[in-house]
Design a protein around this ligand. Sequence first.
Ligand code: ATP
Ligand code: MG
Length: 181
Amino acid sequence: MEAVESRRQGLVLIHTGPGKGKTTAALGVAMRALGCGMRVLVLQFLKGSWDYGELHVSEGFGGRFQIRQLGRGFVKVGGAETDPEDLRLVAEGWAEAVREIDSGTWDVVVLDEILYAISYGMLEAEAVAAALRDRPPLLHVMLTGRNAHPALVELADTVTEMREVKHAYTRGILAQRGIEF
Ligand code: ATP
Ligand code: MG
């Protein structure tokens, strides 16, 4: 057991790409980590208005699992069109993420959809990279969203790109409760 413990180290994992499964896979890791007795925090950037099923799971874990939405659920982006309120929410969310990463409270921190905020120019990749480099050494951090910034791909230990083979949405099937949200 001691040998296993001494090999323990914190990882940075990225789920990116256009196919479905980035958030789903992060929640799968969260479930696995919780089963191992670990403490897991999920911070969802940009999300806010939808009633995601995962928001209702935390009861029963005695504070070991928390999930917080940091956005409004709909973001208008592109140059001058970016709403200052969305920028403010991302900045505030990022400050909260840094506090939580440095707090020593968690074994796993998921920064869900943060890669969108970065690719939309709402958050500096370098600031995120610096916080990840300086994090507690045993902390695992997962980042999700399309268009992962190259600096973060470089820094990450494990990077997975979801590829779309098919998605029900392209046949006009709307998001299904329990599968998409
Ligand atoms: P999920 O939360 O289902 O794992 P995701 O995190 O990979 O999806 P996001 O970019 O965060 O994908 O988009 C979230 C929503 O968009 C989900 O409802 C998801 O099913 C849907 N979605 C993901 N990929 C596609 C796609 N290629 N085409 C259409 N809709 C998609
Ligand atoms: Mg997602």
